[in-house]
Design a protein around this ligand. Structure first.
Ligand code: IDP
Ligand code: MG
Length: 165
């Protein structure tokens, strides 16, 4: 079954210039990239993305990590699409704890746990279809993805917006 999944190259991945290596590893899946953005992550976006972890003791550090306070203030967000996309990407990412991840996986190869206990595991990937839909809708608007993954609705907006001067 064709599925979409959200991938984030986290700030440590960008800081360590791992973008190319990670995209190359992900290309082994033969999945299609259907959306891509470089994002400066706000606290609000980080909180929404990791909302289910809000009661964890590491939550505040996790927000700072995703916002780039320990590395670079940017994340690369991608949507991959194709047969069994969610599991294929999760398999290449490896386990959450980078010290326990298969050394051949992305997290096993490039991740670390800091002395402060932050899991710097380089990449995020959606874990299941409910999560991928929620996350893709959080990180992308419909027009930023090359086809309509989900139903859309037209709304008229008359908000002030910035354009190039
Ligand atoms: P996942 O990223 O493999 O789906 P989740 O349990 O959803 O794992 O956790 C989200 C993120 O929170 C992890 O990728 C990692 O950055 C961080 N995290 C999870 N568990 C811990 C922990 O025990 N200590 C520190 N950070 C953690
Ligand atoms: Mg998760």
């Amino acid at each position: 079954m064709n599925q979409a999944t959200l991938v984030l190259i986290k700030p440590d991945g960008l800081k360590k210039s791992l973008t190319g290596n990670i995209l190359t590893r992900l290309s082994e899946t033969k999945l299609d990239i259907v959306g891509a953005r470089i994002v400066k992550v706000s606290r609000d976006l980080a909180q929404k993305h990791y909302a289910m972890l809000k009661d964890k003791p590491f939550f505040e550090d996790l927000l700072k990590y995703l916002m780039g306070e320990y590395h670079k203030k940017k994340v690369m967000a991608l949507v991959y699409y194709g047969e069994d996309a969610i599991q294929k990407v999760r398999d290449i990412c490896g386990a959450t704890n980078p010290e326990e991840a298969d050394p051949v996986s992305i997290r096993g190869a490039y991740g670390r746990i800091t002395t402060k206990g932050v899991y710097e595991n380089v990449i995020h990937a959606s874990a299941n279809p409910e999560e991928s839909e929620r996350e893709i809708k959080l990180w992308f608007s419909p027009d930023e993805i090359i086809f309509d993954l989900y139903n859309t609705t037209a709304v008229k907006k008359s908000i002030e917006t910035r354009v190039w001067a």
